[in-house]
Design a protein around this ligand. Sequence first.
Ligand code: F6P
Length: 517
Amino acid sequence: MALKHHADRLKAASLQDLSKARTDRPALDAPGWSVDLTRHYLDADTEAELAETAARKDLAGAIERLFDAAIVNPSEGRAALHWALRAPAPTHESTKAVRQTALDAEVLAEQIARGEKTSSAGKPFKAIVHIGIGGSDFGPRLIADAFHDKRHAGMELRYCANLDPLDLSLAVDGLDPAETLVVGVSKSFGTEETLYNLGRARTWLKASVGDGWAQHFVLVTANPPRAKAWLDGADGLILDLPETIGGRYSIWSAGSVACSIALKSDVMADFRQGAADMDAHVASAPLGENLAVRLALLDYWNSSFMGFGARALLAYSRRLRLLPAYLQQLEMESNGKSVGPDGEAVDLATTPLLWGGEGTIGQHSYHQWLHQSPTVMPAEFILAPGSREDTEGVTGLTAHALAQAEVLANGRTLDEVRAEEPELPMEIAAQKVHAGGRPSTLFQAPVLDAYRLGSLIALFEHRTYLAGVLWGVNSFDQWGVERGKTMAGRLKPALDGETTADDPVTAKLIAGIRTAH
Ligand code: F6P
């Protein structure tokens, strides 16, 4: 394949020289963001070949099919309609009802925020505890953390996801059950962690408010019959999360109703607007200027041809400190696959390990590894201060992001070390060498606001879907998560001593745990 030949050639090239040759390339602009792709192992011939790949793999057609509500999730026979939840108006008959579910959630949120829907004691809710996991947690949690300072006065917003009993205890710590609303989000309404925590929350509420406990629940699910059964005849509120909304694509849905209640109303409105504007960009921009297409091609190139098995996402933005965790599910649960929808093995490395954290904090932790470990991987800088209230902080954050990208790419030779620090003994000078050659992308915005969070997440959704098309995997199912859950169900009786685990190592480990407790 031509791309393989380009990769063999460029792996031996100097990233600094390749980047210098691309310095005249303008950054790519899309709603709210400017993205610079200069520092990558690319040249004109390779980019032409990638553009050719985009045409051959019909990315334009893939974009059309997504926004045409076509079946893009063949293993489950579904469209992927997350974009309809933020569309300014219904685009298809089939998306009208989906879009309405988000509107219904906003109406309810407004009623609760205004105190028109109250607790069983007739009081306005003062605290919200969101219970969910995976796509029913990461998104709302990210929004709540990013815009913690935009909560309605006096409103508490907490999250609980883990089976570890401490998680719910911390989530309700100090809260008055009589003034607390529990939002339970589970598309399947069958997820063990969420049902466990909802059950404990119900006990907590029943002990305080008695028969009125169900008035303290809003359940968001694609399986209303299960939710109704859980309510056991009591009249709790149920909101719809359509089956055509994938869990990791559901941040726009009623699943984020806790944020709609707790945060000032412009946050979710701006958030959805940013995504809608990014949808318009992705749906209409020519492939070469289409940011989702360019990023998907870069992911395909870096992972499947340059052989970079990981990517570091460095959020130089306090509001985006949970973004790496959110994107891990979006990208790795979407494209962490090796078999295509036709059941055939995929013949390339697919999506890389995505990890990362908050900048500049990571510079005091794993950046040593990024700079001087033998492993080379792309870094992605998301530079968008949470506030511009102080120039010194904004300038410092910006300078560090730019400096890290430069040193990662250009390195520092032994000659440069010795020229700058001639007094150093040789063995120390050698340890100050940076190999460089670390590629990076810079996403840049003057400030991180709800509009830009929305446009960024929509961009990554489309990037993920299009990269999946390039790799030949279905980005919208997740068969790989089922086996572990099934196995856990089999091991519980072994942990209780009722059975013995089939696997000898697991059996030995269980015996040790049972002895220790
Ligand atoms: O991790 C598997 C998964 O199904 C995710 O795709 C999903 O977001 C999460 O578990 C929670 O599922 P549910 O919303 O059905 O509780």
